[in-house]
Write a protein that binds this ligand. Structure first.
Ligand SMILES: Nc1ncnc2c1ncn2[C@@H]1O[C@H](COP(=O)(O)OP(=O)(O)OP(=O)(O)O)[C@@H](O)[C@H]1O
Ligand SMILES: [Zn+2]
Length: 477
């Protein structure tokens, strides 16, 4: 196999991946803040981590993967200002915060499942690790922290190279204008909370006793604690969205250095996925108006069409979400499903060639910093290669499925016909009406055939006459 190259944000360059322990590659991915549904931008981050995990597995490395659930401590500003997103959401909804966290966690896990994202080895909740967070705070307090009325703060000048990951090494204590002056009394603008003490009269649903008063852990601390707990102080790969490169991950590194009394950042490779954007703005939960996986399904799209859309872009490129792009991805998926069904229907024959050259191209593409976009035309060419017997093409498909997670060996046309939420007719009734329409057309009763067609459109279903793919209907948009 080709050596795996990954773009490491620490060095801002592509590096050959060499595991610390080849018998157990360890990966930590920053998880969702469960105060609301995930939007499809958040889900892009996990299609990316799933691609990473699938490629590592396919290349033969046993894997331990952690995705945490942030159910406390993430503030409305990453720079330690504003409210806890969870508390604010619970207040707005007038509901129990634990119930909110449990609900959105369960929906998030369902989203991953629908996208064929493999569950990680561990899914730890931040709230299950608060005692360890307090322990960590006590261990670094004397040398690295100071008290303010609202909590325990980390002094970023006490560790080497603060902000190297963010690319601000030359100016270690002013990494972003946005942070200046957000918390009164900080020694350096980049200093951040290890523990946030509840203000007098503040009515938090989630709080714990600590040496620094009743309150809640800082968001950055959570990931340091959970990654060390499940993967050890030194592990292989840490992932997150590109925003985390600026504040969250530099702060994790600072904590890891302080706790381990070393210059070691914790993970050896730090990988960041770029944004999913809508026209010219980043999709975000906080903005209130966002697209989630269910929104796509309600409009007649299969979740795997969205997965394919993500795979068509490189994870480090910005990707623009557009409905016609999603429709094109769904059509592409349908073509593959049809091609596979066609191959399966053909009798086994002797191959004149083999699929090895295609598998080598697959390997070369994913080994080049997970370039899934380059894999897709290889799959097209492999499926269409008549020199390879049908059963051998099906066998080679397994490798593409293992890496891309599109489940092409199992997916059927019927799976991909997602009935839009607005359709007032079910799939069986559609099939019956289409059969009647076919009869009417055969009898040249065009009035009746048009009437059936109009009734279907009114029910949210567009009939596709002469559809080269042979799909009889699709959701009307
Ligand atoms: N538009 C986006 N495109 C790609 N990844 C994203 C996008 N928005 C957030 N992410 C990533 O999704 C993951 C989960 O993020 P999280 O649930 O904490 O969202 P959030 O930052 O609270 O939400 P938001 O900023 O959207 O209100 C993180 O790795 C984050 O970097
Ligand atoms: Zn994190």
């Amino acid at each position: 196999m080709t050596p795996l190259t990954l773009f490491n944000s620490l060095s801002r360059s592509a590096e050959t991946f060499v595991p610390i322990d080849p018998s157990n590659v360890r990966v930590y991915s920053c998880g969702p803040t469960v105060y609301n549904y995930a939007h499809i931008g958040n889900l892009r981050a996990y299609v990316f981590t799933d691609t990473l995990s699938r490629v590592l597995t396919w290349k033969g490395w046993p894997l331990t993967h952690v995705i945490n659930i942030t159910d406390v401590g993430h503030l409305t500003s990453d720079a330690d200002a504003g409210d806890d997103k969870m508390e604010a959401a619970a207040k707005r909804a007038g509901r129990d915060i634990w119930a909110i966290a449990a609900y959105y966690t369960q929906v998030f896990k369902q989203n991953l499942d629908d996208l064929h994202i493999r569950p990680p080895t561990h899914f730890p909740l931040a709230t299950d690790h608060v005692a360890e967070m307090i322990e960590w705070g006590r261990a670094i307090e004397a040398k690295h922290c100071y008290r303010l009325p609202d909590g325990l703060y980390f002094d970023v000048t006490t560790v080497p190279d603060y902000g190297r990951l963010a690319g601000h090494a030359a100016e270690p204590w002013s990494p972003g204008e946005s942070r200046i002056g957000e918390v009164a009394g900080k020694r350096n603008p980049a200093d951040f909370a290890i523990w946030r003490t509840s203000a007098p009269g503040e009515n938090r649903q989630m709080e714990w006793d600590s040496p620094w008063g009743r309150g809640a852990p800082g968001w950055h601390l959570e990931c340091s604690v959970m990654s060390k707990r499940y993967l050890g102080a030194r592990f292989d790969i840490h992932t997150g969205g590109i925003d985390h490169r600026e504040i969250h991950h530099p702060n994790e590194i600072a904590q890891n250095q302080a706790h381990g009394c070393t210059a070691d950042p914790g993970a050896a490779y730090w990988l960041h996925n770029n944004w999913l954007v809508e026209r010219d703005s980043k999709m975000s939960k906080s903005s209130g108006d966002f697209t989630r996986l269910q929104t796509l399904v309600d409009r007649g799209y299969h979740p795997l069409s969205y997965r394919l859309m993500c795979l068509q872009a490189h994870y480090r490129s910005e990707m623009e979400f557009a409905w016609d792009g999603l429709a094109a991805a769904q059509t592409r998926l349908k073509r593959w499903v049809q091609a596979v069904e066609g191959l399966r229907a053909r009798p086994a024959t002797a191959s004149k060639g083999d699929a090895d050259a295609y598998l080598a191209q697959l390997d070369a593409a994913v080994s080049d910093d997970l370039n899934t976009a380059r894999v897709l035309p290889v799959l097209d060419a492999m499926l269409a290669d008549k020199a390879i017997a049908p059963q051998d093409r099906i066998a080679a498909l397994a490798a593409f499925d293992a890496v891309l997670g599109l489940d092409l060996a199992r997916l059927t046309r019927a799976d991909l016909r997602v009935r839009p939420a607005t359709a007032t007719i079910d799939a069986d009734a559609i099939a019956t009406r289409l059969a009647e329409r076919k009869e009417a057309r055969a009898a040249k009763d065009f009035e009746r055939s048009d009437a059936i067609r109009d009734a279907l459109v009114a029910a949210g279903v567009e009939v596709m006459d002469g559809d080269p793919l042979g799909w009889d209907w699709r959701p009307s948009l």
